[in-house]
Design a protein. Structure first.
Length: 366
């Protein structure tokens, strides 16, 4: 449960926050999304939080920080993309979540395509244990026929891989934000990045001294449709994307499948076809279409007039509001999956089966 440490009933804006939080809580209570458990399951999510944080539409206010904290607190481990240079919003978010929530994050990726973005994992340390393993992904050099090593093209935004332990389950998890590039479904640059990352991780998972044989790859892949070559670039390397995940569009209009969660995970492979998954459409509870007028003051003069000083009509103001709210919350919806992590019964069953199996000496003859 997040801390509502700076909300009181004297301000109308605080009452608005309280009403929004109550709607979120009621929605989670009524939804089919599983509740968190102490040791039986792992609730894992990925969320691209748009430019977290930038001043493009003004800094994020405390209202959206409380809403984001409420959403994240429904999960055990959340991969966040688009964390920016300024960590003020992230640190405010951590205050709301509570001291047992921790984060691991990268430095910004330099260069125009890197967009000065960080990758982050937020996790509840009461349940999730950081395994001590953390790395940014560097694609190895390519060996040519002449036995020369040629530096490989790196991903525009450097992926981040971490090792965690929870219950019986040890796993490495890599979060990424794949290049968008041209606004076409099967952009070759996008496919190239996805394939390079998936191959690197699949190869690493098979190595003798890999930190774990269980590998999870998740994040914003900018995949338009599950039938596209962009998703095939993941599965072609041996990753499995559950059909439940493939069916879930994660952008706000819910017509694109940008975000994905993929697995090479022998310890849980048998459950992946049946596991629960979903998205959280928070715009049904907060920053709703009917709330537009309430935020006119926060949106400022730009809500009613363009940079050129022209007045916006009602339709233009609504378009502005819909864009502005994505810089308060996001233009992506959190995508989640529930995994069973208590393997105690299976482990004991294996021991019993071994004990009951006939023991034969290789030198014994009837």
């Amino acid at each position: 449960m997040p801390f509502y440490y700076n909300i009181d009933g004297r301000k109308e804006s605080d009452k608005r926050i309280a009403r929004g939080l109550l709607r979120l809580k009621e929605s989670f209570a009524k939804s089919k999304q599983p509740k968190r458990t102490v040791r039986e399951t792992l609730l894992l999510a990925t969320w691209n939080i748009r430019e977290f944080d930038s001043a493009k539409y003004g800094k994020r206010g405390k209202e959206c920080i409380y809403y984001i904290a409420e959403i994240i607190s429904q999960f055990d481990l959340v991969a966040i993309q688009e964390v920016r240079d300024d960590l003020t919003a992230l640190n405010e978010l951590m205050k709301c979540l509570g001291g047992w929530w921790k984060y691991l994050l990268t430095d910004v990726t330099q260069g125009q395509k890197g967009n000065r973005e960080r990758m982050a994992f937020l996790y509840d340390s009461r349940k999730i244990n950081f395994g001590g393993f953390a790395t940014q992904i560097v694609v190895p050099p390519v060996q040519k026929k002449e036995k020369l090593l040629v530096p490989a093209k790196q991903l525009a935004r450097t992926p981040f891989m971490v090792g965690f332990r929870v219950g019986w389950f040890n796993f490495t998890i890599c979060t990424t934000h794949i290049l968008y590039g041209e606004a076409v479904a099967e952009n070759p640059e996008r496919i190239e990045e996805i394939e390079a990352l998936a191959k690197f991780l699949a190869d690493r998972a098979q190595e003798k001294y890999a930190w774990s044989k269980n590998m999870i790859l998740l994040g914003d892949f900018n995949i338009f449709k599950p039938e596209d070559k962009t998703l095939a670039a993941i599965t072609r390397q041996g990753f499995f994307v559950p059909k439940q995940i493939q069916k879930l569009p994660s952008n706000v209009p819910q017509n694109k499948h940008y975000d994905q969660i993929a697995f090479i995970a022998p310890d849980i492979q048998d459950q992946l076809e049946m596991c629960n998954a979903g998205v959280v459409n928070y715009y049904e509870q907060v920053f709703r279409p009917e709330d537009e007028e309430m935020y006119s003051e926060e949106m400022g003069k730009a809500y009613v007039k363009t940079k050129e000083g022209k007045s916006r009509d009602k339709a233009a103001r609504t378009r502005y509001y819909k864009d502005w709210r994505t810089y308060q919350m996001s233009d992506h919806l959190p995508l989640w999956i529930e995994l069973q992590i208590d393997f105690g019964k299976q482990y004991l069953d294996k021991i019993v089966r071994r004990e009951l199996a006939p023991i034969r000496s290789p030198t014994h003859h009837l």
